[in-house]
Design a protein around this ligand. Structure first.
Ligand SMILES: [Zn+2]
Length: 357
């Protein structure tokens, strides 16, 4: 573990007049490490607190966390963390932050649930002050008023934020994939963004993976239609790797399995954990009797089996990588299996994914 290289900071002029300062601790021009401070007067809030997963140019590094030293210098001013969504590159460093800072953490219910399981793993859940907020709420923290706004993204329950500061409104979009036809039918709140634009915004902070790709991203429901074609034509077992946080993709796989008379076994700790949490909170509907253990699945004919696994980015030691290498304890790839990587390659992961395939 280390912190990414940062140049020595330049001295900062403290203005006499009310002002707002946006201080990214990471996440600009890189995939991961998302954390931005919003500071005004004697108040600081942090938007997100994410990890960066190392690429193959950082051998021996497990992951990178933001450098919290600016917050340590201004400890009394640091008032809260506000989360936009539950991806690791936005919540993954919370367990390190909360070891050292006693601040409340705001998030939508699913985002907090995903954060909670990470905090529990790191034994910091006990001391964490997690506070749910919803689109439409108004949260007052120091001189800021924070308004969550619904967006669609590849994890459910994502939001953008309107942050009212003493000198104007800062809009932070969070990550988003604008989807006209989302699986849960909850549209991004275009009207709210438009109203903010009409009223006038001091600064818009907007960034998203693949933002440089021309064209528009297909709807999540189109992915479901493509998967349906695969299910219809598969003669044997289907093994699907996707992100454990992609609740809507998981929902579509479960629905298809049910439609085609298959059963599903989950593989990978985060897949099992996230499915349980999302189902409990009502973000995922699991048809009765659909989920079975690997043992039970193996009893069924191949054409009734689906294995839903983590490891879509080729992560070493993920279930899919182990199966590909013939080293998984319980699952061996067999002729006739259909293996689907249901995910876009995160830039930088091309080589490890290629290896797994
Ligand atoms: Zn994201």
């Amino acid at each position: 573990m280390s912190t990414a290289y940062r140049p020595d900071p330049l001295p900062i002029d403290i203005p006499d007049e009310p002002a707002v300062r946006l201080i990214p601790l990471g996440g600009l021009g890189e995939i991961g490490l998302n954390m931005m401070l919003v500071e005004s007067g004697e108040d600081i809030i942090a938007v997100d607190c994410g990890l960066l997963f190392p690429d193959d140019e950082m051998p021996g590094v497990d992951y990178v966390i933001p450098d919290f030293s600016y917050l340590a210098e201004r400890r009394p001013a640091f008032k809260a963390v506000v989360l936009t969504h539950g991806h690791e590159d936005h919540i993954g460093a919370l367990s390190y932050l909360l070891r050292d800072f006693d601040v409340p953490v705001y998030g939508t219910p699913l985002t907090l649930a995903l954060a909670r399981s990470r905090l529990a793993e790191h034994n910091v859940l006990e001391r964490a002050d997690l506070r749910p907020y919803q689109p439409g709420d108004e949260v007052h923290v120091g001189c800021f008023t924070i308004v969550p706004i619904r967006v669609t993204h590849s994890v459910a329950d994502g939001i953008g934020l309107a942050i009212e500061t003493p000198v104007g409104t800062v809009v932070h979009t969070g990550d988003f994939k604008l989807d006209r036809n989302p699986v849960d039918a909850r549209q991004p709140d275009y009207a709210k963004f438009a109203a903010l634009g009409e009223r006038g915004v001091l600064a818009l902070c907007s960034d998203s993976t693949n933002v440089g790709r021309p064209g528009r991203t297909g709807s999540e429901t189109e992915v479901g239609a493509a998967l349906a074609g695969r299910f219809a034509g598969a003669p044997g077992r289907i093994l699907i790797a996707t992100f454990a946080s992609h609740i809507h993709r998981i929902q579509q796989v479960l629905d298809l399995a049910a439609r085609y008379g298959r059963r599903v076994a989950l593989l990978g700790k985060s897949m099992v954990g996230n499915v349980a949490v999302a189902a409990e909170l009502g973000y995922l509907t699991v048809p009765d009797g659909l989920l079975v253990s690997l043992d039970e699945l193996a009893e069924l004919p191949a054409e009734r089996q689906v294995i839903l696994s983590t490891g879509s980015q080729g992560e070493t030691n993920s279930a899919v990588a182990l199966i590909a290498a013939g080293e998984h304890k319980y699952v061996q790839a067999e002729p006739g299996d259909l293996v689907i990587f249901s995910s876009r390659v995160i830039p930088g992961n091309e080589r490890v994914i290629g290896r797994a395939i």
